[in-house]
Design a protein around this ligand. Structure first.
Ligand SMILES: Cc1ncc(C[n+]2csc(CCO)c2C)c(N)n1
Length: 224
């Protein structure tokens, strides 16, 4: 008998067109061929540094909702890593791109970043552990797959090489496999309503990943 499709495999299939559209975004095309304007990467870096803190907070809340010690430890560690990654971004790219701490602090979240941050935190606070994990999964998984795709297409002597190496690297991919494994284990215990809510949360987050890059490429700010 065939193995039933896991939650993660099903979510990936359901959102494949959206993922392919993500790879086709001008931001990701230009990131791969090294032509992404410096101003766009700077804008993205500032927004992403804001995002990482909100993402870390959502992970910490999900960790507190874990129904076993393994989930607690896994997502508490991921929360710490997200914030450590944020500090590394500050000291690395922020320095390289001459973004001062004042410039970072005084730049408001773009509408897309604001939406994604608030979505993650409202799901983490207000929904069950399985639904919170499904909302957090695209952040890991889509970045890993975009990282691999970008590495395959990347021009030599790339200005954003360390970004690509972070997300295309085996360490990060092993981390993503571990998160997927936990999400599948949690989904295997969940009822049909919870699974449907998990799929909806996954798609919302995958769309917000698309919007985050699109917004960064267009240097979007608040209209008024
Ligand atoms: C908008 C946006 N989405 C996802 C990531 C990737 N990411 C951020 S934190 C983290 C987990 C642990 O470090 C991962 C995978 C990003 N940087 N920006």
């Amino acid at each position: 008998m065939n193995q039933p499709t896991s939650f993660c495999d099903q979510a990936w299939q359901n959102n494949l067109a959206l993922f392919n559209a993500t790879l086709e975004l001008p931001f990701n095309q230009a990131l791969a061929n090294g032509t992404l304007p410096r101003e766009v990467f700077q804008h993205y870096m500032i927004q992403d540094a804001h995002y990482l803190v909100a993402f870390g907070r959502a992970l910490a809340i999900a960790a507190g909702k874990a129904d076993d010690a393994q989930g607690l430890v896994q997502f508490a560690a991921a929360a710490q890593e997200a914030v450590v990654a944020e500090r590394e971004l500050h000291h690395g790219f922020m320095h390289e791109y001459a973004i001062s701490p004042e410039q970072f602090q005084s730049t408001p979240l773009s509408p897309a970043c604001h939406h994604y941050c608030h979505f993650l935190q409202s799901v983490a606070w207000g929904r069950s552990y399985p639904v919170a994990l499904a909302a957090l999964l695209p952040c890991f998984w889509i970045y890993a797959e975009v990282g691999r795709d970008t590495l395959a297409k990347a021009a030599p002597h790339h200005p954003y090489q360390s970004w690509i190496d972070t997300y295309a690297g085996e360490d990060f991919h092993a981390h993503v496999r571990a998160v997927r494994h936990t999400v599948d284990a949690v989904a295997a215990q969940a009822d049909a309503k919870t699974i449907a809510d998990m799929h909806a949360a996954y798609t919302d987050a995958a769309r917000l990943e698309w919007m985050f890059w699109d917004s960064a490429y267009q240097l979007k700010t608040w209209p008024c």
